[in-house]
Design a protein around this ligand. Structure first.
Ligand code: CIZ
Ligand code: SF4
Length: 307
């Protein structure tokens, strides 16, 4: 059904967005009311690359802090603002630049692969970044050149990549508090109710959950997989915000969250009122200082060079 009701807030945002020459970038895990006003919807890297390409002067990044930082690293000439400066990523906060420096001292000569879910300071200490879409490809590109590879910060993504590449990795003990809430028991019981459904799992989930998957992929690849699949039902094991997008893009298909508990509180901090406020005040700015930016750009470019 076509949406006919546009709220007053939406109209105000639209008007101000034009005046400010702003673009609204929205992560796949955001609230429906935020997804509905997106200029672009996607995963963190897709959004940052969009930020770098757009003609807009202001980028309103609706996601979590490291994502806005990545946008700031890729487009320092634009004003990058976030509607809620407290929306962080607990997984990214599980490793600091000092932690990484100490780990590197213990493993001289090791290559450092940093998942995008890291701060700019941590990226600045890394050799190459990866996303959940390209992590296997990135490690494959290094595994014969380096005796040791450090993988940070997600131990579950690290374990998945290690199994898929056959390379033993030195893995940091981080994890996503939202994805660990999804258990193998959840999948098994959802599968009992929906035996025809395909099980689609994000690699931030535990190995027990990944073992039950028909498809393991990042959010952007999930959208592609679902669109191209002949199946009509899907059990989705990732942050539940993506189900709104999946349903909107595939109205003839059914989606069941693997667990009702897989909600990231940080991703839910942004709403339309805060977006309007951020456009009015042009706040809060996220800007990576230039010395860190120069260093953090290198591992991002290294990743872009091989994917
Ligand atoms: O890179 C992203 O956007 C994250 C954190 C999840 C995903 O798989 O898209
Ligand atoms: Fe971080 Fe997990 Fe939330 Fe993604 S879902 S922002 S990895 S805490």
């Amino acid at each position: 059904m076509k949406k006919i009701l546009i709220t007053g807030l939406e109209e105000k945002i639209k008007k101000l967005k034009k005046e400010r020459q702003a673009v609204i970038l929205v992560h796949n895990y955001q609230l429906p009311e935020v997804q509905d006003i997106a200029d672009y919807l996607g995963d963190s890297l897709e959004l940052s690359r969009t930020a770098a390409k757009t003609e807009a002067k202001v980028v309103v990044f609706c996601g979590v802090h490291f994502m806005a930082e990545t946008a700031s690293i890729l487009c320092p000439d634009k004003l990058v603002i976030v509607p809620d400066v407290n929306a962080g990523c607990p997984m990214a906060n599980m490793i600091t630049a000092d932690d990484l420096r100490s780990l590197k001292e213990k493993h001289p000569g090791a290559a450092v692969v940093a998942y995008v879910n890291t701060s700019a300071e941590v990226k600045a200490e890394s050799d190459i970044c990866c996303t959940s879409t390209n992590a296997v490809k990135v490690v494959n590109s290094l595994k014969d050149k380096y005796k040791e590879i450090i993988f940070i910060p997600d131990k579950y993504l690290g374990d998945y990549v290690s199994k898929r590449t056959g390379k033993k990795l030195i893995i940091w003990n981080g994890y996503c508090p939202t994805h660990v809430k999804i258990t193998a028991k959840d999948i098994i019981s959802k599968k009992m109710f929906h035996p025809q459904a395909k099980v689609v799992v994000h690699p931030e989930c535990t190995p027990e959950v990944i073992a039950l998957a028909d498809e393991v992929s990042s959010t952007s690849m999930m959208c592609k997989f679902v669109k191209e699949s002949k199946a009509k039902e899907f059990i989705i094991a990732t942050e539940s915000g993506i189900i709104y997008r999946l349903k909107k893009e595939n109205p003839d298909k059914e989606f069941y969250p693997a667990s009702e508990a897989s909600v990231c509180p940080n991703m839910k901090r942004t709403n339309q009122e805060k977006i309007l406020w951020s456009l009015e005040e042009l706040k809060e700015e996220v800007r990576v200082p230039d010395d860190i930016r120069q260093k953090a750009l290198k591992p991002i470019q290294a990743m872009l060079g091989i994917v």
